[in-house]
Design a protein around this ligand. Structure first.
Ligand code: PMP
Length: 389
């Protein structure tokens, strides 16, 4: 007997059924069948060639996904927040200023992260159902002269998409780096990193890429790399892109061990990117645009109202809908799940109790899914009228 004193007995773990749902919230969404298969591939060690070959496929595909020629592209072990923490802490030093264009919960998270690192974080807030115009941003840049501007491209808490063309140039005019969250926009909405002058970007796998959460692509422009290479501060070890670049072999022939990246996540991300490369970005963007247009038309026919008033501000991957007075959002979401096996979400952060959030993206970006969700929503509206009004 090696251990005579077992003070904590082993709990009995019961079999639990996990129902497969049509995941039409703001993420996670369902995954490609080929990704399910990729997740079962053998585990290899971080020193194996298979690992590095897959990482190289990933880096090249991320150059395509973000539309950047940058060498510093890689993926962080962790969900979207790990990408957020990485770009902020590598690009902005403690006591430097970061201006945060704030309209949803992700910008508030960026504020929280920045404050924990003693960054002088300045939120610039606008109403949750709108997007930023560049004149106001310029006034803020002039006023604060920040090291960086943080902005969210697609906001899954509000269902808005921010125009970014020209924003990099504006930031650079005032000496600021442009940091962008593309977690729920990448792959589903046009994004051109180099063309738009974006300096640091992060994404995630569980939205339009249709993979499991747990690995987050990031990329840095030359301007951001210069800042990173000359910095005096130390970002957290786990998120230090100078060290991670050596593991990801970004500048060639380093292959240094930093941490044990999860092999299944590497296989999964590689496969998600393969699915997108195969379709091509312009086709995938158009698919999301067309399917959402159809979905919105169906919702309007059923009398649903959108949270975001301007059509051009509405995000193609996540739609926010306001229910008529007297309806309870939680009851609506539960009814959809129990009666249609469809998971949509209520609001989050500024939209909590104010909207439904419906995500039709990635593998689910089809007319069939859009129709099924619109019909289920109409059925739910009708069913709940009797009981709740
Ligand atoms: N940014 C956006 C736009 C998101 O939608 C999310 C996730 N819903 C995040 C950041 C955070 O990502 P995660 O939950 O994967 O950490």
């Amino acid at each position: 007997m090696l251990a005579t004193k077992i003070l904590v007995p082993a709990p009995k773990i019961e079999e639990r059924k996990i129902t497969e749902l049509l995941l039409c919230g703001p993420g996670p969404c369902n995954i490609w069948p080929s990704v399910t298969e990729a997740l079962t591939k053998p585990i290899v060690s971080p020193i194996c060639d298979e690992y590095y070959n897959a990482m190289e496929d990933i880096r090249l595909s991320l150059n395509y996904l973000f539309q950047t020629k940058s060498k510093l592209v890689l993926a962080i072990s962790g969900s979207g927040h790990s990408g957020m923490e990485t770009v902020i802490t590598n690009c902005v030093a403690p006591t430097e200023t970061m201006l945060i264009a704030t309209r949803g919960i992700w910008d508030e998270r960026a504020l929280n992260i920045a404050q924990r690192y003693n960054i002088n974080a300045i939120p610039y807030r606008i109403p949750l159902d709108s997007t930023f115009d560049f004149e106001n941003i310029e006034t803020q840049l002039k006023k604060w002269r920040p090291t960086a501007l943080f902005i969210t491209h697609g906001d899954s808490s509000t269902g808005t998409v921010q125009k970014l063309e020209g924003l990099g140039e504006l930031c650079h005019k005032y000496g600021a780096l442009l940091i962008v969250d593309t977690v729920v926009s990448i792959g589903g909405v046009p994004f051109l990193m180099d063309e738009w002058g974006v300096d640091a970007v992060y994404a995630s796998t569980q939205k339009a890429l249709s993979g499991p959460a747990g690995i987050s692509p990031v990329a840095f422009s030359e301007r951001a790399q210069e800042k990173i290479n000359n910095r005096k501060h130390q970002p957290p070890f786990y998120f230090d892109v100078k060290l991670l670049a050596q593991q990801w072999n970004c500048y060639g022939n380093t292959r240094a061990y930093h941490h044990t990246l999860s092999a299944p996540m590497i296989w999964a991300l590689r496969q998600c990117l393969k699915e997108i490369n195969k379709r091509t970005l312009p086709v995938f963007w158009k698919t999301h645009h067309d399917v959402t247009k159809h979905f919105h038309k169906r919702l309007q026919q059923y009398g649903f109202k959108f949270l975001v008033p301007k059509v051009e501000d509405r995000l193609a991957t996540v739609t926010t809908v306001v229910l008529p007075r007297g309806y309870d959002y939680t009851t609506f979401v539960r009814h959809m799940r129990e009666n249609y096996n469809i998971l949509i979400f209520g609001g989050l952060g500024p939209t909590a109790g104010k909207a439904l959030r419906i995500g039709i993206m990635g593998v689910n970006a089809t007319i069939e899914v859009a129709d099924a969700v619109a019909e289920a929503m109409a059925g739910t509206l009708k069913a709940l009228t009797k009981s709740s009004l």
